[in-house]
Design a protein around this ligand. Structure first.
Ligand code: 1GP
Length: 243
């Protein structure tokens, strides 16, 4: 294994922040300046991917690696988004849904490739939480999210993921979600698992980031909030790193 991102996650004290880079939405010309800002904010990881990525992520990952030492983790919406240039991959099992392709099918298809690569594989229980409006990830994955007022189902799903040997749980409201994952769900899931908890989707304000951290998120993912103002990352990262 070439990197030890997981060891870093579980051993390095404090909460962490990841920036989601969607290759389709990234302005390549401005990227080097934006990366400087992310370095200044001490962003812990880049997640590269999205539900519907049309552009191969290789170019963007090469640029990220050229200008920064921040580890790059693939967050693949599909197998087409594989890139050997990344440091690690979130090997997502969509455990909130019942689509066999996203529970085991695509994993089988890409297993040998990953096994023979140098990439660190991060087995992750991916859980969609429905917070209102339908999201791209819900439509593309063809699964029903866990209702946001059913924390018991979320807890049982996360525990099942941990018992199956997954190493991370990702509570996802969906990119650009109107509302983030509710505090109650984050709190209850965190109380019931011993593996790190990632929370993302719809986190647009500093207060929302603070709430997610207070509720128990170990890693915060920010994407859309930075689309119009990348400077927001400075305060958001400060809040996360002060926990
Ligand atoms: C999406 O959790 C990430 O998969 C980030 O969501 O773009 O809403 O920040 P946002």
């Amino acid at each position: 294994m070439a990197t030890d991102i997981y060891q870093n996650i579980i051993q390095k004290p404090g909460k962490k922040i990841a920036v989601l880079i969607d290759p389709d939405k990234t302005n390549h010309l401005a990227l080097s300046e934006v990366i400087l800002l992310y370095e200044k904010a001490k962003v812990d990881f880049f997640l590269v991917g999205g539900s519907l990525v049309l552009e191969n992520p290789n170019n963007i990952i090469q640029k990220l690696k050229k200008h920064s030492d921040i580890p790059v983790i693939l967050f693949p919406g599909s197998l087409l988004q594989y890139s050997s240039k990344a440091d690690a991959i979130l090997f997502l099992s969509l455990i909130s849904g019942r689509n066999p392709e996203l529970l085991i099918g695509t994993h089988v298809a890409v297993a040998s490739l990953l096994k023979n690569s140098n990439m660190e594989v991060l087995p992750t229980g991916y859980m969609l939480i429905g917070t209102g409006k339908s999201t791209s990830v819900e439509y593309i994955s063809n699964t029903t999210p866990i209702p946001s007022d059913k924390p018991d189902i979320a807890v049982a799903t996360a525990i099942a993921g941990e018992l199956l040997g997954l190493k991370l749980i990702y509570l996802e409201a969906g990119s650009g979600a109107k509302r983030p994952v509710p505090s109650e769900i984050i709190k209850r899931v965190k109380q019931n698992i011993d593996i790190p908890l990632i929370v993302g989707g719809g986190l647009k304000t500093e207060n929302q980031v603070k709430n997610a951290c207070e509720s128990g998120a170990d890693i915060i993912v920010i994407g859309n909030a930075l689309e119009n103002d990348n400077n927001k990352i400075l305060n958001m990262a400060k809040i996360v790193h002060e926990f």
